[in-house]
Design a protein around this ligand. Structure first.
Ligand code: GLU
Length: 310
């Protein structure tokens, strides 16, 4: 087996030089300002050893990567009841699509498309004020990453609040079907702020470690979820973590992952590694172009596909 530190360093060197880098998301104006030449990678292996390279310590907007953390919280809050309001099937549609919701009576296909994540935020908001819900999401993520310096980038949250018209439409549409309990603008306030959390690859890899260790976070020595729940969250990442690029990601990379339009991807190799990569340029379906290339290179070099027998 090649040396992981060397593999990670080589990938970072090659990605820094890559000419085709995708297109930075511009529908959230604040994200359009990010320099596309950046690339970061952090891999935490089974023994907790951290292998980081490139821009691994540069914070970026985690966007939909946050949906893994809020789903984990909502499962803790309401358990399997969540599945009466959100499905568990890949959507085969763009991340912000509204068409499926009409046919399926306001029940989003899964918790990782925007509509599904907005329902999850609505669940976290129930019984709280938006400020409290945002605060508890932030402290959950800080605890997972073992880093109290993580913040919400208020410029990004504001930018999305001013321009997130499709998400406003999704929320109102679901409210019309009775699948949102709170006022749409309050639920969206929670959703936009969770998406605007800023984290580096190193912080994200630490935070997702619990999914590589059957629900136990070794960085803080604490169980986050049961092993069964960890497997189920990872299963959803594999089938739904890259929108309508999920099938291709499973085919090319072969591990559970979750992307965000900020260019980040978190991924896990159960029992072996927790990974975060970041490069702001996106492919046609809104997933980090070089992030996916880097993960494919990594899993190939380390023989880490979850479908490999050894
Ligand atoms: N905040 C983004 C949106 O709702 C998240 C999308 C993503 O990261 O894929 O449009």
């Amino acid at each position: 087996m090649p040396d992981l530190t060397d593999v990670v360093a080589q990938i970072a060197r090659d990605m820094a030089r890559a000419e085709t880098r995708g297109t930075v998301a511009s529908y959230i104006p604040e994200l359009a300002k990010v320099d596309p030449r950046q690339f970061g990678i952090c891999v935490i292996d089974h023994d907790g050893k951290v292998h980081a390279a490139g821009d691994a310590d540069v914070p970026f907007s985690i966007q939909s990567v946050s949906k893994v953390f809020t789903l984990t919280m909502a499962l803790g809050k309401v358990g399997d009841q969540i599945w009466t309001r959100v499905g568990r099937e890949p959507s085969g549609n763009p991340f912000n699509s509204i068409v499926q919701l009409e046919r399926e009576a306001g029940i989003p296909r899964n918790p990782f498309i925007n509509a599904g994540a907005i329902v999850v935020s609505d669940i976290l908001l129930e019984g709280h004020k938006p400020r409290e819900a945002i605060g508890s999401i932030l402290s959950f993520v800080r605890d997972l990453a073992d880093d109290q310096t993580i913040i919400v980038d208020s410029a990004v949250a504001r930018s999305e609040t001013q321009t997130g018209f499709r998400n406003v439409a999704l929320a109102n549409y679901m409210r019309a079907f009775g699948n949102l309990q709170n006022a749409p603008e309050l639920t969206l306030g929670v959703y936009f702020h969770q998406c605007a959390i800023s984290m580096s690859c190193r912080q994200l890899a630490t935070a997702v470690q619990f999914l590589a260790h059957d629900g136990f976070n070794p960085a803080v020595g604490r169980r986050v979820v049961s092993s069964e729940r960890a497997r189920r969250i990872a299963a959803l990442m594999l089938t739904c973590g890259h929108y309508d690029g999920s099938g291709d990601f499973a085919f090319q990379v072969g591990i559970p992952g979750k992307s965000g339009v900020g260019g980040g991807i978190i991924a896990v190799v159960p029992g072996k590694a927790a990974i975060a990569v970041w490069s702001p340029g996106l492919n046609k379906v809104g997933n980090s172009l070089l992030g996916a290339v880097a993960l494919e290179r990594l899993t190939r070099a380390m023989n880490w596909s979850i479908f490999a027998s050894r």
